[in-house]
Design a protein around this ligand. Structure first.
Ligand code: NAD
Length: 273
């Protein structure tokens, strides 16, 4: 069921399939993508200050026929805004651009050394005030999660990480599960590289599904929230057409075995922006 949810560690429900909008241009492109997604049944949109399209996402939400309370909107705090006061300010601007009065999920985009704890204190304040329903992080590895949790009052509810068949990070998944932190996948389709993989193609043929659908289904069966990105109506619809089949345990293991520990994006231990 496309609108199915998983419960976060504070009881708030998060839809397990969402639309990612990185690199969707503000204006018509992102507005159409979000509208098509909502029409196709998506209830979860993943944006960020850094994507420069919060305004367009906000417009699409407003113009859609689905009530705000039935949508799940994520945004992320950018690196240059980290710190206590600057986080409070950046959050207000994000709300203004989206033109909504609360966020469902706010994430620290990257673990900026020396700053993420002050940032987290501001996120906790906003959470306690009810302006954000759930708070979390992105690109935090195990040691960064441990460090953050040593001093926090509210534990992160989500960690959004690069996750796809070439980068499984089983230990990190296990750590998150043990600490009740929901694992969420970014670049789930390997930014398009998934489509050419022979193993994924073969598995897809068995179920009459595309490699993209196989990977999205694999995320869901692994308990991972997933936010494939597209601005094409057809792809937005087909990426959500993953609820009428189930991968066998053997196929899941075959996909797990594609893991090469290979990143497409930056290493959270060594990023520079
Ligand atoms: P993705 O893995 O979702 O792949 C997107 C690419 O695949 C696009 O080029 C799209 O046109 C193409 N595509 C999608 N569906 C297709 C289909 N059915 N057939 C053919 N082509 C298809 O890549 P992504 O955008 O990097 O990741 C998804 C989302 O994750 C982003 O939009 C963003 O919201 C989030 N993200 C977060 C971070 C982070 O640091 N937290 C980093 C990267 C991405």
């Amino acid at each position: 069921n496309l609108q199915g949810t998983w419960e976060l560690n504070n009881g708030y429900k998060m839809p397990y399939l969402g639309l990612g909008v990185w690199k969707a241009e503000d204006g018509e492109e992102v507005i159409n993508a979000v509208k098509w997604a909502i029409e196709a049944g998506y209830r979860h949109i993943d944006t960020a200050k850094a994507y420069d399209n919060e305004e367009g996402v906000g417009k699409a939400i407003k113009e859609s026929s689905v009530a705000r309370k039935d949508l799940f909107i994520t945004s992320k705090l950018w690196n240059s805004d980290q710190g206590y006061e600057s986080t409070l300010k950046a959050f207000e601007k994000t709300l203004q651009r989206l033109d909504i009065d609360y966020l469902d999920l706010y994430l620290i985009h990257w673990p900026v050394e020396g700053k993420y704890k002050d940032t987290w204190r501001a996120m906790e304040k906003l959470y306690k005030e009810g302006k954000i329903k759930a708070i979390g992080v992105s690109n935090f590895l195990e040691h960064q999660l441990i460090d953050l949790m040593k001093d926090c009052e509210v534990r992160p509810m989500v960690d959004q990480l690069e996750f796809h068949p070439w980068l499984v990070q089983e230990d990190l998944q296990k750590f998150c599960a043990e600490n009740d932190i929901q694992y969420e996948a970014w670049s789930p389709l390997m930014q398009g590289k998934a489509f050419k993989n022979e193993t994924l193609k073969k598995i897809g043929e068995k179920y009459d599904k595309t490699p993209a659908q196989v990977v999205i289904r694999w995320d869901l069966q692994n308990g991972v929230i997933t936010i494939p990105k597209s601005t094409s109506k057809d792809h937005i619809e087909s990426n959500a057409d993953v609820f009428d089949f189930e991968l066998s345990e053997e196929d899941i293991q075959t996909i797990n075995a594609l893991d090469k520990g290979e990143r497409i994006g930056p290493d959270p231990n060594n990023f520079d922006f």
